[in-house]
Ligand binder design. Sequence first.
Ligand code: PLP
Length: 388
Amino acid sequence: MKLAERVGQIKFSSIIKIADRVREMEAAGKKIIRLETGEPHFATPSVAKNAVLKALKDNLTHYSHSRGVYELRKMLCDRHNYEFKTNLDANKNILITPGGKQAIFYAMLSVVGGGDEVIISTPGWVSYEEMVRLAGGVPVFAVADRNQDFENSFNIIKEKITSRTKAIILNSPNNPTGKIIKEETLRKINNLCLEKNILLISDEIYNQIIFEGHIHRSVLSINPELKNCILINGFSKTYAMTGWRLGYALAEAYIIEAMLKLQQNSVTCPTTFIQYGAMAILQGGDNFVKKSLKVYRDNRDTLMRELKKTDKFRMIEPEGGLYAFIDVSKINKDSHAFCLDLLEKGGISAIPGEAFGRGGEGCVRICLATEKKNIMEFIKRLKKIYAI
Ligand code: PLP
């Protein structure tokens, strides 16, 4: 059987190579400290779990509206309208999806095709590139400057614009670098998109995980009508709900309509009872967000402080998000080899920076959402293996 050309054009993530090796080692009885994950280590708060149990007891187990349960859409639109003084309509401007990832995929399939170029700021999340290809587009990489700590620069993005540019994807706070796009940069990119009729996809999935002294600006605050813009968010990272698969997109009505067609003809709707858990967490999850942020910040500060004592590793200061991106190139320029070495000698798993596209080689990503003792152990083992 000859497979479709489109799957031949995309690749497995190089993260899987590390994950497979971790599994082999664990199967052989080795204890691995897992810092490669991309999710909070906390359990999902009970308020969400109890609401789902109730929804199940109430037999809310059939299809929901294909846009998502109305009350959840309304709650999300109301929250955004209150915060940003916008007029999002729960019947027009929002689509609830099985994960933010699915929302990005719908966005891509709705707008990109036929060799359209999509500018992706790198280092960046691994799936953007493959989604662009699956949609029939061509990924174009705007590589952030390591010497500027991967700050997103307007000029670097602008230089990549051609007559074939259809969309730009921004992710702030960024996975893996933890950088937040400055308001001024976001404003300029947004204006450029309006001027040249380019779609701006703003992935704000880490928008609640912002460290002290930093401000995250949503694209909604500068483009309240979301003209030429799709805002992506979800419940996975903020509320430790990665396995629930729930996200959403906000956009102009005609874009949401297009995405809705894709949803209706693929998954029909997001899982119904899960959406009741989401409503409960929106109402009762603020303490969890504060508590988890404190843990991530403490881990970030500990790691920064310890790595600053050495000249062999340089940690890019994360301004938000769940990750630390560490330059290991003085030890090994090949980040994949570095991660395998760390795994074999130190029993610690991390993600090689090359997995995050151009500009990421020579760095590794570790997840800050872990118990502090794991961060301490990571530092201890780095010192032992690399004599720092
Ligand atoms: N966007 C970014 C930058 C991510 O890191 C992730 C998950 O790792 C997602 C989107 C998708 O999240 P989910 O599909 O769990 O909502």
